[in-house]
Design a protein around this ligand. Structure first.
Ligand code: PSV
Ligand code: MN
Length: 424
């Protein structure tokens, strides 16, 4: 846990600088019509879940280079997320992937998380890896499999994941299916999709009344010819057929290059079907790069639609999560950078002059519309984020504090150099 006195001491010198920067920005924004206190309140309430598989080092099929001090258990993963949350006051939720992280004693795990100020976000099922004692293999699919026994095994797993989630206080199940084909002719597309829909309907029927089923899509990987749920249209089709508790989940890395993701967001929200978000950044595919590191403007445009959609549609509040596995960076540093990028895009979207934008659209004035978006995107909102953290007792600059307090060195000395986390 972070010692609050040490935290305060470490940033004492920076406080005066922050004040100058914040007062200047707040003054500027107020003059141009923004409600700065309202924005800070919205930022304070914005929490991005950390997935339990993101605290360890990932790898590729060509190898893995561990970073040291990785959490060896769910308890240590919770401690790591707690640490992030203590630093940024924005990572107050954890999302479990089962069976990578099965809570043996749910009450104790829930209490431990609460000690760190954390709640449990959506639980994720895993039918893309075979489990040691499972009678059936998912090599040729899970919910779409031609064999009803395999489908039943996958359905039972999803129900068990819901049970775990209920014991932890989660309110949603995220289903990502690795089902698909790598060879033309291998699958009957229509039959694979209708088997999937029927299997999802069984899982849907098992959901508690206040739960949601979030359906993720992905165009390729692990299969390279077809995926059963390749795109948002198929995901929304399934969600619409299943019922109001089923919604689509957008993972930024699950789009082909140049896809207009912000438009997908807008349409899903218009249909009240945007249930969740997995953040990452990518150059080529599902690259799991740091959020906002390559395409910050796209991230801003996405948040522009999210903010607009949250005000203008009846879409329920989506579940936010980072979905990335880190190969080179210290995972905790990467997560701090990712959360900061998400909050930056959110804050920039909050300062867009929406009335003027609507007028520009009505007047068919693309120059003015572009100018309005650029004004917001080019505003350095970092003092707003720092102010929000300061007011919540967190760090002015989480990454600098993380390094100053030598957190990773301490984790390595407690846990060892060669620990390995469950996950990817
Ligand atoms: C699949 O690529 C995915 O985005 C799904 O959300 C999985 O649950 C997660 O990554 C981890 O494999
Ligand atoms: Mn994902």
């Amino acid at each position: 846990m972070i010692d609050k006195n040490l935290l305060e001491e470490s940033q004492q010198a920076e406080l005066a600088n922050h004040r100058i920067r914040y007062d200047f920005l707040a003054g500027q924004l107020t003059r141009s019509g923004s409600d700065v206190e309202g924005i800070i309140r919205q930022l304070n309430g914005f929490q991005v879940a950390i997935p339990s598989w993101a605290l360890g080092t990932g790898g590729t099929r060509f190898g893995r280079y561990g970073g040291g001090g990785e959490p060896r258990s769910l308890e240590e993963k919770i401690a790591d997320v707690g640490l992030l949350h203590a630093l940024n006051a924005s990572s107050g939720a954890i999302s479990l992937h089962i069976p990578w992280d099965i809570p043996a004693d749910a009450a104790a795990i829930k209490a431990l998380a609460a000690d760190h100020g954390l709640v449990f976000d959506a639980v994720n099922s895993n039918t893309f890896q075979d489990q040691p004692n499972a009678p059936h293999s998912y090599k040729f699919g899970s919910l779409s499999h031609v064999n009803p026994d395999v489908r039943q095994q996958a359905i039972a797993h999803n129900k068990a994941v819901i049970d775990h989630g209920v014991s932890l206080g989660s309110k949603a199940l995220t289903v990502w299916l690795a089902d698909g084909s790598s060879h033309p002719g291998q699958n009957n597309f229509r039959e694979a999709l209708s088997r999937t829909r029927d299997a999802l309907a069984e899982i849907y029927a098992y959901l508690p009344a206040d739960w949601q089923l979030l359906i993720e899509y992905k165009p390729y990987e692990p299969y390279f010819y077809s995926m059963v749920i390749p795109d948002w249209g198929t995901s929304m089709l399934l969600a619409s057929q299943l019922g109001p508790k089923a919604l689509s989940l957008v993972d930024l890395g699950h789009h082909l290059p140049n896809t207009n993701i912000e438009q997908i967001v807008a349409v899903l929200m218009m249909q009240q079907k945007l249930g969740g978000f997995h953040f990452n950044d990518s150059k080529f595919g599902d690259d799991d790069l740091t959020v906002g590191s390559l395409k910050p403007f796209q991230l801003f445009l996405i948040f522009n639609e999210l903010v607009d959609g949250m005000a203008a549609t009846q879409n329920p509040a989506p579940a936010w999560m980072i979905d990335a596995s880190h190969n080179l960076k210290d995972p905790m540093e990467d997560l701090l950078q990712s959360v900061e990028a998400i909050r930056t895009a959110y804050a920039q979207a909050l300062i867009v002059d929406r009335v003027a934008l609507g007028e520009a659209q009505q007047a068919n004035d693309p120059v003015r519309a572009q100018q309005l978006l650029q004004d917001a995107f080019r505003t350095d909102v970092r003092p707003l984020l720092a102010e929000s953290r300061l007011r919540m007792g967190a760090a002015l600059d989480p990454l600098t504090t993380y390094r100053q307090l030598e957190v990773r060195r301490q984790l390595i000395s407690q846990r060892g150099k060669n620990t390995r986390s469950t996950g990817l």
